[in-house]
Design a protein around this ligand. Sequence first.
Ligand SMILES: Nc1nc2c(ncn2[C@@H]2O[C@H](COP(=O)(O)OP(=O)(O)OP(=O)(O)O)[C@@H](O)[C@H]2O)c(=O)[nH]1
Length: 320
Amino acid sequence: MIDSPDSVQAQPAAAMARPRLLIVDDQPVNIRALHQIFVGDHDVFMATNGSDAIAFCEASQPDLVLLDVVMPELSGLDVCRALKASPATADIPVIFVTSLNDPEEESACWDVGGVDFITKPINAKTTRNRVRAHLTLKYQADMLRQLAWVDGLTGIPNKRQVEARSEEEFRRCRGEELPLAVAVVDIDYFKAFNDTYGHLAGDDCLRSVAQAIQSSLQRAGDFAGRMGGEEFLCIFPGTPLQDAVKLLQRVDAAIRALQLPHVGGIDGQVTVSIGVVSVVPSGDFTMAALVEQADRALYQAKQQGRARIHAGEVAAAGMA
Ligand SMILES: Nc1nc2c(ncn2[C@@H]2O[C@H](COP(=O)(O)OP(=O)(O)OP(=O)(O)O)[C@@H](O)[C@H]2O)c(=O)[nH]1
């Protein structure tokens, strides 16, 4: 089962090459023993208390944590619980390193989300193999998540991810009575671009446009993805129509700034047409209907000459 994404972007596939381990123990002598086992082929980081461990995980996302159970202030159980509660750190596997020989304590380690145990005094070979097995599982889960949610060509969210997240935002905006703006961004005369410059150049163009769109969305909550072909969808939660148009002018400017030549295009360069609508979701109105209205607005932008933004009226729902 692959989790629904908070935000899944392309990740470097080299994660397994030199995994990043965090060792957490209040006793430096224990840290040293584990450090020796892994330092040759892992990047090893160390923390001597729970707060530092949590802060490190949030900031640096290690591939795996080796966590002592008994520590002053925050115990290993507290640390693991905190990591699992935060979407940013929930997927980091935690292996407990424990000298406890108590079934109840052992059970508590599973309950807070640990993936395995290593008992002290540690056996170097067992420790190595346990860590390797869990790193492999983590790597495979990351790969699956990426394949499922990230567009292979451009590295931005794919249609499935956009649909999952936009449904979530739609429900949230309906609950909070906020406007939700949706825009369809479509490259102009892209067939002619492919015909003139070739399919590989077309792929490069798609990657550049995707990155330009992505980097011009800066507000938390705004997101974009590739819906297929040369079409992208942008979602702006909590945004009335006129504000969405301003945000899209930035998107449009970022794409023009690429100055990608296109002899069959508008002004001799790659441009996009954009259709945008915004609505405070209510009643039976659906996300699919909102996207359909944005598509209609895109059609208008194409009809009016391309290389422009058309702000559409939303039928059958109050305008935002
Ligand atoms: N290089 C490349 N081309 C693609 C990809 N996906 C779709 N296309 C091409 O995108 C083109 C889209 O063409 P049309 O739908 O006719 O639209 P257009 O030529 O952009 O015309 P307008 O949208 O009306 O301005 C087709 O030629 C597809 O083959 C892709 O992944 N890579």
